[in-house]
Design a protein around this ligand. Structure first.
Ligand SMILES: *[C@@H]1O[C@H](CO)[C@@H](O)[C@H](O)[C@H]1NC(C)=O
Ligand SMILES: *[C@@H]1O[C@H](CO)[C@@H](O)[C@H](O)[C@H]1NC(C)=O
Ligand SMILES: *[C@@H]1O[C@H](CO)[C@@H](O)[C@H](O)[C@H]1NC(C)=O
Ligand SMILES: *[C@@H]1O[C@H](CO)[C@@H](O)[C@H](O)[C@H]1NC(C)=O
Length: 424
């Protein structure tokens, strides 16, 4: 997972400090930066004229999407508040956008996609469980509020990782499914780095709202693979650092990694984690240049073929090979979040594999347009170049497919989107 695991979104601090200020520029979605000539390579607005396909496709294959749509609305209603709130307000103090709820809406949608349950995931019950953690801390460690900040953080860590037994998942290759959804992390106490950070910061937020905390805490993740997030006292910062921190869209910095974790966990092309998910998918479409590493290509080609074959036979879910529905839902939510234009591309390649060729082409083109208007070419690294070449090839392929077949019918793949037999 090199390209992904190295991302500063997943490792590193969640509140931006001065050293990571370039990140704020790069991933900013503030309307103010779009015209101002600022360097924001990844900036894009969610396309109003392009549609998401997942729910409609499921509907047309006879799957009841009532709960999925409801959960998506819940997610959207949280995200929408982000654009309304004063951007100077830090999320940690701001009660409006509820990270916990946002994460639970994500879990609820995916749960409805895979379970045949007649009841939706009880978001409110899990919210109470989350609140209960903060209340539990107060009753057990009340004296810590009168002691030093360092002592407070020590107590909080003991509470999280000893008393409550939260721990970081140590499955390194593929994220355990239960570690990437908030409701199951609250239940099983095993979580991804993003999930544990979210819980940690939600507890801090509640303590702050209750007026029990009067200093700033940043959350950092250790860079060794088993480290759990820890808080530390925010250093005294200069005026300009302060500016950087409070204008950060903290929600993006927390929700985006959660969604990326999901996208990666359920990405249908799992083999060869050394390549980016997009490249693995492009490879399965024979649109990536494999000549660069000949010795690996045999295995890669075989695994790409196998993935494609599974999709063609309507096998969408398997323990080892991802789940295209949840990969699609993660991509759609990342696009709603306007997190990074790369998400347009990743969504596009998934649509290709689902047989939604017209839509795939639209998203890939939008990706290219976005890149053309904002990318500083000289900043492209070689991975990005490889990926963009694959996008180009995919677009050529799609144009050919669409030319051949004017009245495009969704391929057999698309029509069997909810067809869940798994012979593997
Ligand atoms: C879909 O599920 C919802 C909630 O269970 C139910 O109210 C609705 O009638 C269902 N729709 C169809 C077409 O079955
Ligand atoms: C973590 O690793 C230990 C041993 O290294 C193993 O026993 C345990 O099952 C692993 N836990 C998970 C969640 O993978
Ligand atoms: C991770 O930690 C090691 C030593 O503990 C350090 O050498 C390395 O630079 C760190 N990597 C990052 C990305 O911070
Ligand atoms: C899966 O979908 C295909 C194509 O629609 C269909 O022919 C096949 O019968 C379905 N399989 C099951 C088990 O529903």
């Amino acid at each position: 997972m090199s390209g992904v695991a190295a991302s500063p979104w997943i490792l590193g601090t969640f509140l931006l400090s001065s050293s990571s200020s370039s990140l704020a520029m790069e991933f900013s979605t503030s309307p103010a930066t779009s015209g101002g000539g600022a360097v924001c390579r990844s900036h894009f607005r969610q396309p109003k004229d392009l549609k998401f396909v997942l729910h409609d496709a499921l509907d047309s294959s006879g799957f009841n999407t009532t709960y999925a749509r409801k959960a998506r609305e819940g997610f959207f209603s949280q995200i929408r508040k982000l654009s309304d709130i004063e951007r100077e307000t830090s999320i940690i103090i701001n009660g409006e956008v509820d990270l916990g709820k946002t994460a639970l809406h994500i879990a609820a949608e995916d749960d409805s996609l895979i379970s045949h349950s007649s009841v939706p995931l009880p978001v409110d019950a899990f919210m109470q469980r989350l609140d209960g953690l903060s209340r539990g801390y107060c009753s057990r460690y009340h004296s810590s509020f009168r002691s030093s900040p360092d002592n407070f953080l020590e107590c909080l860590e003991r509470y999280m990782y000893v008393d409550k037994g939260f721990r970081r998942t140590n499955s390194s290759n593929q994220l355990e499914q239960r570690a990437v959804y908030l409701h199951s992390v609250l239940t099983h106490r095993v979580g991804s780095m993003s999930m544990l950070s979210l819980i940690y910061s939600e507890i801090l937020k509640m303590l702050r709202l209750w007026g029990l905390l009067n200093f700033d805490v940043e959350i950092s993740s250790h860079n060794d693979s088993y480290g759990s997030p820890r808080g530390y006292i925010k250093q005294k910062t200069t005026e300009s650092d302060q500016q950087q921190i409070v204008t950060t869209e903290s929600l993006l910095l927390k929700v985006a990694p959660i969604l990326r974790d999901l996208k990666n966990a359920f990405w249908p092309f799992q083999l060869d984690q050394s390549r980016s998910p997009f490249l693995r998918a492009a490879e399965a479409a024979y649109c990536s240049d494999r000549s660069a590493d000949v010795d690996k290509s045999g295995l890669q080609l075989a695994s790409a073929k196998a993935a494609r074959h599974r999709l063609e036979r309507g096998v969408w879910t398997s323990v080892r090979f991802g789940d295209i529905r949840r990969a699609l839902s993660a991509c759609e939510r990342l696009i709603i979040l306007e997190a990074d234009s790369m998400e347009l591309r990743d969504y596009g390649v998934l649509l290709y594999h689902c047989g939604f060729y017209k839509e795939s082409l639209q998203y890939l083109k939008l990706y290219q347009d976005t890149e053309k208007s904002t990318t500083m070419k000289q900043l492209q690294d070689s991975l990005r170049k490889l990926e963009d070449d694959a996008v180009e090839k995919l677009i050529i392929r799609l144009n050919l497919i669409l030319m051949e077949d004017d009245n495009i019918r969704p391929s057999s793949i698309a029509s069997s989107l909810y067809n869940n037999t798994d012979p593997w």
